[in-house]
Ligand binder design. Structure first.
Ligand code: A3P
Length: 277
């Protein structure tokens, strides 16, 4: 109900205002304050990524690992098992531990444990562009899209988001699992073992999860059962699910614009993404 949602929103804002001083005094966990949650628990695991990096795929995988379910899960079920911090704050506050929480906010050192997923920035841009076009949140060509920072950087720049997580993983390797979307596609089993070792979840069947969460199945599931994105745009959220499609999509001039940022190029190299001279 829109009225109820609005009152809850106002209540949360008020609560945030009241918690400002305790937060400044260090009595309220910084991450809880930023994400507007009641608390951050020591057992919490955050699934963090820049938008369009494969977070939904990861959430489906985690939901299967948590529940041990061997049937296709719905979006609603995944939202219960691995809630989105922007969608289900009330549920997150009452959820039993250990909680798995999805966020696009940049990593905070106050997160007890983090699973971070990164994807080639150029594929992220292409995916994000189609997403925004489908939702009619952007109208125009790709060239103007990549130059519209207010559209492409609601969570800060990709470069800052990713470098923060990369640095954190160098300093605190036991508190973060750093995954590449491309590696998940090439070697799903290895990713599943890494996730199991990091989270302690063991009651699941890797091959079944691989099958149920493969791109084709998730896309078919969405086509048959719908999703909020599909209701709003008439298009599939699970769009292409490929690596390297930027090569056919991004013009030489736009690549020049992207590569003008030498720090970004250096970060792409560090993450093993090829950048031609
Ligand atoms: P494309 O738009 O390139 O297809 P996020 O969930 O972080 O917003 O990321 C969305 C991107 O991940 C979309 O990319 C989506 O298709 C892709 N994706 C989702 N599930 C996937 C899967 N099982 N395998 C590969 N890619 C997947």
């Amino acid at each position: 109900m829109p009225g109820t949602k609005l009152s809850i929103g106002i209540f949360r804002l008020l609560l945030q205002y009241i918690r400002w001083l305790p937060h400044r005094l260090g009595w309220v966990n910084h991450a809880a304050f930023i994400l507007q949650l009641y608390e951050v628990r020591p057992t919490d695991i955050f699934l963090v990524s820049y938008p369009k990096s494969g977070n939904t795929w990861l959430r489906f995988i985690m939901a299967h690992m948590i529940t041990g379910s061997t049937r296709q899960l719905s979006f609603e079920e995944v939202e219960k098992d691995v809630p989105d911090v922007y969608v289900s704050k009330d549920w997150i506050d009452e959820m039993p531990s250990p909680r798995f929480i999805k966020t696009h906010d940049a990593l905070l050192s106050y997160f007890p444990k983090t699973i971070y997923i990164v994807r080639d920035y150029r594929d992220v841009l292409v995916s994000y562009y189609h997403y925004k076009i489908a939702l009619k949140e952007f109208e125009g060509g790709f060239s103007s899209f990549i130059r519209s920072r207010e559209i492409t950087e609601p969570f800060g720049s990709w470069k800052e988001h990713v470098s923060k997580a990369l640095q954190f993983s160098k300093d605190n390797s036991n508190r973060i699992l750093f995954l590449r979307y491309e590696d998940m596609k090439i070697n799903f089993e290895q990713t599943a073992y890494q996730l199991s070792a990091f989270t302690g979840l063991k009651k699941f069947k890797i091959n079944r999860i691989k099958e149920l969460t493969c791109f084709e199945n998730l896309q078919q599931n969405e086509t048959e059962n719908g999703s909020e994105f599909r209701n709003r745009s008439g298009k599939n959220f699970f769009r292409e699910g490929k690596c390297g499609t930027w090569k056919e999509f991004i013009s030489t001039d736009d690549l020049k614009f992207i590569y003008a940022d030498s720090e970004l190029v250096s970060l792409l190299h560090q993450l093993n993404y090829q950048v031609e001279a």
